[in-house]
Ligand binder design. Sequence first.
Ligand SMILES: *[C@@H]1O[C@H](CO)[C@@H](O)[C@H](O)[C@H]1NC(C)=O
Ligand SMILES: *[C@@H]1O[C@H](CO)[C@@H](O)[C@H](O)[C@H]1NC(C)=O
Ligand SMILES: *[C@@H]1O[C@H](CO)[C@@H](O)[C@H](O)[C@H]1NC(C)=O
Ligand SMILES: *[C@@H]1O[C@H](CO)[C@@H](O)[C@H](O)[C@H]1NC(C)=O
Ligand SMILES: *[C@@H]1O[C@H](CO)[C@@H](O)[C@H](O)[C@H]1NC(C)=O
Length: 246
Amino acid sequence: MEGAAILLFSLLLLYKSYASDLNIISDSRFLTDEDTLVSPGRVFEQGFFKPGSSENRYLGIWYKNISVRTVVWVANRDRPLPGASPLELKIADRGILGLFNNSSKVWSSNTTTSGTATAKLWDNGNLVVVDQQERVFWQSFDYPTDTLLPGMKLGRDYVKGKEWYLTPWKNSQDPAPGELTWGADRLGYPENKLRQGASVKFRGGPWSNERFPGVSVFSKSLTFRYDVTVNESEVSYAYNLEDNLT
Ligand SMILES: *[C@@H]1O[C@H](CO)[C@@H](O)[C@H](O)[C@H]1NC(C)=O
Ligand SMILES: *[C@@H]1O[C@H](CO)[C@@H](O)[C@H](O)[C@H]1NC(C)=O
Ligand SMILES: *[C@@H]1O[C@H](CO)[C@@H](O)[C@H](O)[C@H]1NC(C)=O
Ligand SMILES: *[C@@H]1O[C@H](CO)[C@@H](O)[C@H](O)[C@H]1NC(C)=O
Ligand SMILES: *[C@@H]1O[C@H](CO)[C@@H](O)[C@H](O)[C@H]1NC(C)=O
């Protein structure tokens, strides 16, 4: 009897056949196409979705509490996953967070660590991969899609040699990057530019210490601030809530 109970328990551990809300992805806990990863304050949720009437599945992040699903980030923008093949989001070798379609990798984070890694979704909408000391070594905020959330940056990171910019979806059924990009000029003082390929369609002018008052978010009255950084490691402006000021 006891043996049977232990066997049943082990089988339950082996076969995760129910959908669940997770708050961490680790060596032993992965996300299937049925599950979602929820931020601690239940502000954001990550999981698989089909945009509009599309049959393609994408890994995305959206607001947990907005009934009309508002997607703020998409991982496999260029790799639509049609059909019903089993999907898994898990920590693979060397701390890489990988999206697997029937066991073959279709998307992954590309920063590695030697120790144990876990992935978490923070309440600001940032999907992070952290080491045992909770140091972030990969974050979705470094790979913006079409939405700039408070805490994200646009500009250029000279250390990692990458650019932070936004690209709209092709259309409401297809999150693949469209032709336009919205970023900050990498030369000198950052300036917003809307580009189509190599040509600049719109210039936002260089940022000053201007404030943008009266914009309300999460039904609280908050104001936004852009923090400009120009130094040896980056040229960027970050979009922050005034509440976060120290
Ligand atoms: C989500 O919405 C419900 C109902 O409107 C509300 O009670 C709850 O506080 C909200 N939660 C968050 C995290 O905003
Ligand atoms: C998954 O891949 C295996 C091996 O390639 C294949 O036999 C199986 O049919 C695939 N499953 C689905 C659901 O496509
Ligand atoms: C996903 O896996 C299925 C089943 O193995 C396969 O038919 C399909 O081509 C795969 N899709 C991608 C985008 O890799
Ligand atoms: C990581 O992947 C992104 C795109 O997914 C790419 O732009 C970047 O160059 C990659 N970084 C490294 C270190 O491979
Ligand atoms: C540049 O500024 C960023 C953001 O404030 C900071 O994290 C980084 O350490 C700075 N780099 C240098 C070389 O001062």
